[in-house]
Design a protein around this ligand. Structure first.
Ligand code: PHE
Length: 452
């Protein structure tokens, strides 16, 4: 890449592109179901604490490594220290695993978008609709193929910029729609405020190791950390851009959207089901079961529902494109394949893995890996095992081999690094210790010692 490495035109360009990659299904689909499942307020609290310490330090570190080395992740670690090239390789594996199941969920979003546009609001609001739909076997597979097909075409033609432009317009509309839904739920629905209390008030008796494991996995996922993406982004930015400020802006934006998505879904779960354990612990289907009920109750709900899912689709596409682009650029760099061939190769792997995730809800519904359905397993494997390993290795590498000083100097090229003390302490001590505990818990979970 080196010589033809493009660069962002300015700070805003960089922050927006990074935010476009960060904001996606992770914020809108994944965050609310985890917050609902792992204790509401306590999950939110743990998430925010992790985000301003851990997420901050890791994102600064990744962007700085990228800018310093001018390389993408897979080569960046190796170029700094041969012994750590494995971190780049492991990090590169993460998007390979996430992209397929991400696209399966992208397919669900498309199905719901079309469903509302066709006015099927009341059928979609039925409790059994989502489960029945997943059991249809081939229809979800077709939507998955369409979603990943669109992603592949965009990456193959190299027209990401176009999608990003559209997405810039869509993002504020999405946030506006979320606010409308939040206000509508809180004003009109009985029981919704109990959900607000559940979501905002930390209940320490609900704290468990799984709260931290889930919150940390979510942090990596949502901020696109521990998979080399931010390193690649860093390699595109100029030396006079403040890494610290940019990271803060990306964090606030990403966490803000996730927070609002939680506020849109959790109070509604309380309004429709009284917040019983089963409803809160539904997992991946939560958004798809809860939102149609709100749209059914709302005047103009079919239209708002369709519009909402269009916006979510664009947010999801900018993320899936950035996931696929990461893997494709690795193939291009490492194997010297052309863009088309690399995209086709990535598409091929994704089809196989995505098909498994999708069929895991229908013909392979009985299949369990360490007690999980296939999609959940891929999600757990990447977020709770692979990413913590990459993050741990990154923290050790920066804290003890490269030394925090190297990153601090890179950040200071554009002015003072205000939180450098926090950065150094987190990267050397807090991060390695926390991640180690997380990894052990994840492994124990995988062996059935902990309940998920
Ligand atoms: N951060 C994205 C989201 O929240 C997912 C993603 C991960 C996108 C990694 C790109 C790279 O949906």
């Amino acid at each position: 890449m080196g010589s033809n490495r493009s660069s962002f035109t300015g700070k805003i360009g960089f922050v927006l592109a990074a935010a476009g990659s960060a904001v996606g299904l992770g914020n809108i689909w994944r965050f609310p179901y985890l917050a609902a499942k792992y204790g509401g307020g306590i999950f939110l609290l743990v998430y925010i604490v992790l985000s301003v310490t851990f997420g901050f330090a890791l994102m600064v570190a990744e962007i700085a490594i990228g800018r310093k080395t001018q390389l993408s992740a897979i080569s960046a670690y190796g170029s700094l220290d041969k012994r750590f090239s494995f971190v780049g390789v492991l990090g590169a594996l993460v998007p390979v695993i996430i992209l397929p199941y991400y696209s399966v969920i992208g397919g669900w979003v498309m199905k719901y978008m079309v469903g509302f546009a066709a006015g099927h609001t009341s059928q979609m609001a039925e409790d059994s609709y989502f489960g029945n739909y997943l059991g249809l076997t081939w229809e979800p597979v077709l939507w998955f193929l369409l979603f990943i097909g669109i992603t592949a075409v965009v990456v193959m033609l190299g027209v990401e910029k176009g999608v990003e432009k559209v997405s810039k317009v869509m993002m504020p509309i999405l946030i506006g729609l979320i606010l409308v839904i939040v206000i509508y739920t809180l004003v009109t629905m009985d029981g919704a405020w109990d959900g607000v209390v559940y979501y905002l008030k930390p209940d320490f008796s609900k704290f468990s190791m799984m709260t931290v494991v889930a919150a940390m996995g979510q942090l990596f996922y949502s901020m696109s950390l521990a998979m080399g993406i931010m390193i690649t982004f860093g390699s595109y930015i100029k030396k006079d851009i403040s890494i610290e400020k940019s990271v803060k802006q990306i964090e606030i934006f990403d966490t803000g959207v996730a927070f609002l998505a939680g506020l849109m879904i959790i109070p509604a779960v309380f309004a429709f089901s009284g917040g019983n354990e089963e409803a809160l612990g539904q997992g991946p289907g939560l958004m798809f079961v809860t939102l149609p009920k709100i749209f059914e109750a709302m005047p103009g709900g079919a239209f708002i529902g369709a519009a909402f899912f269009v916006m979510v689709l664009f947010a999801a596409l900018t993320s899936s494109i950035s996931l696929m682009e990461t893997v494709v650029s690795i193939f291009m760099d490492k194997l010297k394949w052309g863009r088309k061939l690399s995209t086709l190769a990535v598409l091929g792997t994704s089809l196989v893995l995505g098909l498994c995730s999708s069929l895991g809800y229908s013909v392979w519904a009985e299949v369990r890996i360490i007690g999980m359905q296939l999609l959940d397993f891929f999600d757990f494997f990447s977020n709770s095992l692979l990413m913590p390993v990459v993050a741990l290795a990154t923290a050790i590498f920066i804290g003890y081999v490269l030394k925090p000083k190297t990153v601090i100097e890179e950040v200071e090229l554009s002015g003072p690094f205000k939180q450098k003390k926090l950065f150094a302490v987190v990267i050397r001590y807090v991060a390695p210790a926390c991640i180690l505990v997380i990894l052990i818990s994840s492994i124990l979970t995988a062996f059935g010692v902990f309940k998920i």
